[in-house]
Design a protein around this ligand. Structure first.
Ligand SMILES: *[C@@H]1O[C@H](CO)[C@@H](O)[C@H](O)[C@H]1NC(C)=O
Ligand SMILES: *[C@@H]1O[C@H](CO)[C@@H](O)[C@H](O)[C@H]1NC(C)=O
Ligand SMILES: *[C@@H]1O[C@H](CO)[C@@H](O)[C@H](O)[C@H]1NC(C)=O
Ligand SMILES: *[C@@H]1O[C@H](CO)[C@@H](O)[C@H](O)[C@H]1NC(C)=O
Ligand SMILES: *[C@@H]1O[C@H](CO)[C@@H](O)[C@H](O)[C@H]1NC(C)=O
Length: 406
């Protein structure tokens, strides 16, 4: 950048803005803005924001919103549901497929079952997160929740906005009733973390939390907000030989490393790239990892492995549990990747304030040649992703300026 010709601050800033804008906004629609043009949907719009559903909607690439006007919303609100329950009810009105008004009238065999975002929260059991769309007599289209005894509560009214095949916003006449979506949501302290995890493919991890007592620390953080990154049973089982080699205290640290003491929705994680403290963090720069939005994926980088969020197992504010595709290995306990350039490996590896752990960690690693290949993969990934944050913006910036000066 030093030899770039001098340009005015205004140009500089606009390039910077372009660079930032193009790296942070990958979605093409904004439901809040779409609905803002229709004042008769202001209540619905307000609650999409309050429940954080708006952000989830904007993140999705193919989606249909069944919008409720202010009078339909006021009959829903008169039932005085809590915000988490309202979120479930409204998420039943967000379909994870594209239905333009035309497609509505061309449904194969006249009827279809479509998954809603309620289905995706993990709160719905069986088919209760599905919406039945059926062509009725006289050109009408009926909508009903699948757990509503075959009753179609609402009919299609009109189309508000269609951007094929990204987002479609259709007005329906009434709220879709669903006993399951409207069920009162357990108070946070009633949420049994290990039971929830065990039910959804994270039993091995839950058992480790119970065995070590690390569960208590997770539970103590539940009321204030808790995010858990849970490796699935198969991952934990193949990790067991290395896990067993850790001292009791280190086992606990490793487990606590998979929890973050604040509620972070997928959308928040995507937009808040950077260092994240964990339940194992004790002092600056310890037991943290870096969150990075990688296009459609969110990755967690520990400097030893790069894990990816693969699914949301439970999302019920203040608790959210994600599945990850790797056990998160903190650099305090496992060997960090060798620095490719300049620095001596030792200096590069030592994280600030973690000196006392360093020798032990190296010993453990020396004793564990078994997983070298796995580490190697992680090293490569980290190497590739070394160009990040500030560097990326500078690169985009130079590129922009290059184009400008051609
Ligand atoms: C649909 O979304 C994709 C991906 O965000 C975008 O590239 C495309 O321009 C959008 N289509 C329209 C018509 O806005
Ligand atoms: C969507 O639009 C609203 C209102 O203009 C704005 O406050 C919000 O930041 C926008 N969201 C995104 C993700 O751009
Ligand atoms: C949708 O509901 C209607 C009316 O209860 C029913 O006849 C139809 O079979 C349902 N469609 C599907 C795909 O389940
Ligand atoms: C969670 O459920 C397990 C098994 O039913 C039980 O032993 C434990 O006490 C429960 N924990 C809480 C906090 O309710
Ligand atoms: C565990 O430690 C033992 C003794 O130090 C060593 O022989 C073994 O290779 C280690 N196993 C793993 C998987 O790290």
């Amino acid at each position: 950048m030093a030899h770039a010709p001098p340009i005015t601050t205004t140009f500089f800033l606009s390039f910077l803005l372009v660079a930032i804008f193009s790296t942070t906004t990958s979605h093409a629609h904004n439901i809040t803005q779409i609905l803002a043009k229709h004042p008769e949907f202001s209540t619905f719009n307000h609650y999409l924001t309050t429940t954080h559903l708006a952000a989830e909607i904007n993140r999705r690439l193919t989606i249909t919103i069944l919008a409720l006007d202010n009078s339909a919303m006021s009959s829903l609100l008169s039932k005085q549901y809590s915000i988490p329950t309202l979120k479930n009810i409204l998420s039943l009105h967000v379909l994870t497929d594209y239905f333009g008004s035309k497609k509505l009238h061309q449904i194969t065999d006249g009827s279809s079952l479509t998954a809603s975002m309620f289905q995706a929260t993990g709160s719905a059991t069986g088919t209760s997160g599905y919406v039945n769309i059926t062509d009725l007599k006289g050109g009408k289209v009926g909508f009903g929740s699948e757990d509503n005894n075959g009753k179609l509560d609402a009919v299609y009214v009109k189309s508000l906005k269609e951007i094929p095949y990204n987002i479609s916003v259709l007005q329906i006449s009434q709220v879709l009733n669903s006993e399951e979506a409207a069920a009162p949501i357990a108070a946070p302290s009633d949420l049994n973390l290990t039971v929830i995890m065990a039910k959804q493919g994270c039993k091995a991890f839950a058992d480790l939390l119970i065995d070590t007592g690390a569960k208590t620390t997770f539970e103590q953080n539940l009321d204030g907000g808790l995010t858990v990154f849970c490796p699935t049973d198969a991952l934990v089982s193949s990790f067991m030989p290395r896990y067993k080699n850790l001292t009791a205290a280190r086992k606990v640290s490793l487990l606590l490393y998979h929890g973050v003491p604040v509620y972070q929705s997928l959308q928040t994680l995507k937009s808040s790239n950077g260092v994240m403290n964990t339940l194992a963090t004790d002092g600056a720069n310890k037991y943290d990892f870096t969150v990075q939005d990688d296009g459609e994926d969110v990755t967690l980088k520990t400097k030893v492995v790069t894990a990816k969020i693969t699914a949301t197992l439970k999302d019920e504010e203040p608790l959210i549990i994600f599945k990850v595709n790797k056990v998160l290995l903190p650099r305090e306990l496992f060997k960090a990747e060798p620095e490719p350039v300049a620095h001596s490996p030792k200096a590069a590896k030592a994280p600030k304030g973690a000196k006392s752990n360093k020798a032990d960690a190296a010993d453990e690693e020396a004793d564990a040649p078994v997983d070298d290949s796995a580490d190697q993969t992680a090293d490569n990934e980290n190497g590739v992703n070394k160009i990040n944050g500030g560097k990326l913006i500078w690169m985009v910036l130079s590129l922009c300026m290059g184009i400008f000066f051609v």
